[in-house]
Design a protein around this ligand. Structure first.
Ligand code: KIV
Ligand code: NA
Length: 265
């Protein structure tokens, strides 16, 4: 299987082929999602919510992202591995961002992702100039949840739409290889997708983006709750609970382990 490279993303957009991205936080999940043919694995800072039990991405540290990125990279052979720069590790400017991004690249990231538009353009340029592919993230940006006032759709109204378009253009001009568009009206994401030369990857942004991303636990139905924009393509949480119940019962009635699972003298 051929490794997905940055230039494949651009040619996919040009050919009108949709790109797929899922989050991953560990090696075993990465192996499964990679074997499924997922184009990109995002080591998202949603790690904080999904794996660490925080109620936002704000507490996630660079050390935590380094561990997850190393694990996902080891479990991946085909997908492009994108790692999130967590809150507080890049906003001070290009110098801070470069030091943080280098740590993620050294453990196997193929690109990094950061949140924000025009205020991030110089940083995107600096990382790109250093040989680090950068994915942008516009619309609802979870690291700014405290400023945005909760999980709310962004880009509603003419002014907000124009602001998002200017942000997207600035990221593309600064050398971003693509951008996530999160929770914005479908027509706004469609306009951005038409306007920028690099792929847009939507989450709660409608079907006209160049690709889609979901948090893998939402996609797989690990828990009952899901955000409105997600779809559960399985009930893996239920299957996992059933497997554990079956295991517990088999241990308790001594039907596990059997002869095939035991060693002779
Ligand atoms: O951290 C994450 O999972 C993300 C996606 C929702 C795009 O940034
Ligand atoms: Na993220």
């Amino acid at each position: 299987v051929k490794k997905v490279r940055v230039h494949h993303l651009l040619s996919a957009k040009q050919r009108g082929e949709k790109l797929t991205m899922l989050t991953a936080y560990d090696a075993v999940t990465a192996r499964i999602l990679d074997a499924a043919g997922t184009d990109m694995l995002l080591v998202g800072d949603s790690l904080g919510n999904v794996m660490l039990g925080y109620d936002s991405t704000v507490p996630v540290t660079l050390d935590e992202m380094v561990v997850a990125t190393r694990s996902v990279a080891r479990g991946t052979s085909r997908a492009l591995v994108v790692a999130d720069l967590p809150f507080g590790t890049y906003e001070a400017g290009p110098e801070q961002a470069l030091a943080s991004a280098v740590r993620l690249m050294r453990v196997g990231a193929n690109a990094v992702k950061l949140e924000g538009g025009r205020p991030r353009a110089a940083t995107v340029r600096a990382l790109s100039d250093a040989g680090i592919p950068v994915v942008g993230h516009l619309g609802f940006t979870p690291q700014s949840v405290n400023k945005l006032g909760g999980f709310r759709v962004q880009g509603r109204g003419e002014d907000a739409q124009e602001a998002l378009l200017a942000d997207a253009a600035a990221l593309a001009d600064a050398g971003a290889i693509g951008m996530v568009l999160e929770m914005m009206p479908e027509p706004v994401a469609a306009r951005i997708t038409q306007a920028v030369p690099v792929p847009t990857i939507g989450i709660g942004a409608g079907v006209h983006c160049d690709g889609q991303v979901l948090v893998w636990t939402d996609m797989a139905g690990m828990e009952e709750w899901k955000p409105r924009f997600a779809r559960q393509f399985g009930q893996v949480g239920r299957a996992l609970q059933q497997a554990a119940q079956d295991y517990n019962a088999a241990v308790r009635d001594a039907s596990f382990p059997g002869a095939a699972e035991s060693f002779e003298a």
